[in-house]
Ligand binder design. Sequence first.
Ligand code: CS2
Ligand code: MG
Length: 408
Amino acid sequence: MKIVDAKVFVGGPGKNYVTLKLVTDQGIYGLGDATLNNRETLPATYLQDYLIPVLIGMDPRNSEDIWQYFYRGAYFRRGPITMAAIGAIDMALWDIKGKLANMPLYQLFGGKSRNGAMVYAHATGSDLPALVDSVSHYVDKGYKAVRVQCGIPGMPTASYAIPDSTSDSKHYITDFSGIRPQEEIWDTDRYLRYMPGALAELRERFGPQIRLLHDVHHRLLPREAAEFSKEVEPVKLFWLEDPTPAEDQNALQLLRQHSTVPIAIGEVFNSIWDCNKLIENELIDFIRVAATYAGGITPVKRIVDLAALHHVRTGFHGAPSHSPLCMAAHAHLNAWAPNFGIQEYLVLDTPECHALFPSDHRMDQGFMYVSDAPGLGVDFDETEAARYEYEPGSHPIVRLEDGTLWNY
Ligand code: CS2
Ligand code: MG
């Protein structure tokens, strides 16, 4: 069996998805997601110029060897661009494998460990009353878990992930006004003074049952993160996400000495080497890698197995930047993983998105139910894809009030 053709598509409804299609000499094809948010043309170019010419002619059944070939075989390894490109190939090879076996991927991993996988939604508000409305909206829809982000009084611009009243909250991570990023101002002192009380009010308002999550988006220093997590301990968060920048795998030691708040990290990690110390030293409770830019299903399964040895559960990244193909890879991993925790779920739920990526993975009352179709269980409509083209966009840049550049 051989790979005879490969195509890369960039574009989509309101989002630049990077989609890889691998075609075999037996007519079976596989699909993978290489979307790297706001840098979409780079994994596409890496695939087209460097990986696809070598991939043509390989036996798609040897997904492990092909993964090693592109990872170990490249002198310059890792990084989000490389790993998103390899990730798309790996997903597409698993898709082919599932179709050959006539089985959904979760069966190849070891079968189902659960029926539905709990997901969490994003509730946001420019102030606390608006956030309460947003949480209520998701609770009414049956969600059991909600991430809560709130504007901070007196903060010169809205804090992370707070959409203005006119924008769709699901688009906030891409500003399509051009490639020059907009700037936001961050003020740690105001955040530390306001947010613990706001979280306590939400717990009071919604009761003990709802799982509340909060994302700090890498904005605190280790000592500040320790102070914050100690203070929010009574709120009983389901998790506190990215309290410190993720590069420093020792940064959480201080926090762990002062608080039992569960910690989730990993949405920017590209390999097991970005999180092995965090996991082995049991400094985190949830690992947030995504099958796309952590290099595909093959390496993510390995991370999940390492995590299981250390009581770390999964909480895969599921921002709207991932296409339904990446979310499908997660759905199969979530159905199998003995150490499943929760899934972030923000795929754009529009008729255009369903037309481009038809599938019967489904959401009901805050749970995701995996498809039983062979492989990933998501198709890609090339006629629909022809309607879209690449649109440049950017993440915002964050500065402190005095102009110092900070972490987005
Ligand atoms: C966020 C992300 O989902 C999350 O937890 O931190 O949405 C992040 O901002 C984007 O993926 C950036 O592209
Ligand atoms: Mg996050």
